[in-house]
Design a protein around this ligand. Structure first.
Ligand code: HXC
Length: 255
């Protein structure tokens, strides 16, 4: 298996487990990512997900370049589309918060996987980049679309056209990662963020993710998604509990 996974304290852990290959994403790993995210997205015991890489050197150093040589144009087009489907439909559209804990190199498809997550935090030794142009390629797992939205078109152009890596501090300055954490505290910090989110209403959190995602979806009217979700939430028990708790000056007890 190319992944390790576990569930503990309502957190689903997904760990890319190809340490000798710097957690490069081969096609088998994509299959397994698809399965585990499907499973975690529908498992009520999981309220949030941490995605990270095994070891201390890499989150994921990209798609597995060793698999590239044999791909036809049609197969490469499909590989890209499969990655898009998995990252968009199962990671970005997950109703549960997904945190990328970037514990080392996040390059190419590895960074693109992190870009599909809802929140990114990085260890101090992390290095990030989209080096595909150095292989005669361009990002193929959503990097040309998500990076400009996150850090602005000009900075994204520079990263994608130069293929240069940036360090964690620079990624923080650009807004590519939310926080920079010592390597040995990275997962604990991701857990802490999720546990805070778990104190909030699960249905509200899921609707917030959907509304934020809708802003970037050309098929949807984001304002309408927000208004519909806002109205919908007034019909939930969590809303009644949240507002009653506020008025009674007590902590809400959701669900
Ligand atoms: C396959 C990889 C790999 C990758 C590293 N390895 N990255 N194998 N695919 N993306 C393997 C190496 O071949 C090597 O295996 C082992 O991992 C250790 O890597 P080294 O290069 O020896 O380590 P180091 O010198 O420390 O350099 C680290 C590195 C470098 C800077 C991260 O490995 C590197 O540049 N990797 C490629 C990064 C990259 O170009 N990624 C983008 C891929 S394209 P052996 O067997 O030799 O020990 C992409 C497209 C996505 O992601 C879209 C697809 C549709």
């Amino acid at each position: 298996s190319n992944l390790k996974y576990a569930i503990k304290d309502s957190i689903g852990y997904v760990i890319i487990n190809r340490e000798p290959q710097l957690n490069a994403l081969n096609q088998e790993t994509l299959d397994e990512l698809q399965d585990i995210f499907k499973h975690f997205n529908s498992d009520d015991h999981v309220r949030g997900i941490i995605l990270t890489g095994a070891g201390h050197k890499a989150f994921a150093a990209g798609a597995d370049i060793k698999e590239f040589m044999d791909l036809s144009v049609i197969q490469a087009r499909w590989l890209s589309e499969r990655g898009h489907i998995i990252f968009t439909d199962l990671i970005e559209a997950s109703p549960k918060p997904v945190i990328a804990a970037i514990n080392g190199y996040a390059l190419g498809g590895g960074l693109e996987m992190a870009l599909a997550c809802h929140i990114r935090i990085a260890s101090e030794n992390a290095k990030m980049g989209l080096p595909e142009v150095s292989l005669g390629l361009i990002p193929g797992y959503g990097g040309t679309q998500r990076l400009p939205k996150l850090i602005g078109k000009g900075q994204a152009m520079q990263m994608i056209l130069t293929g240069d890596m940036i360090d964690a501090q620079r990624a923080y300055e650009l807004g590519l990662v939310n926080e920079v954490i010592a390597q040995d505290k990275l997962i604990a910090r991701a857990e802490e963020i999720l546990q805070k989110i778990f104190t909030r209403s699960r249905v509200a959190v899921a609707n917030a993710i959907a509304a934020i995602n809708a802003a970037e979806d050309k098929q949807q009217n984001g304002n309408k998604v927000e208004m519909d979700a806002f109205g919908h939430l007034f019909g939930t028990d969590d809303f009644k509990e949240g507002v009653s708790a506020f008025l009674a000056k007590r902590t809400p007890n959701f669900e």
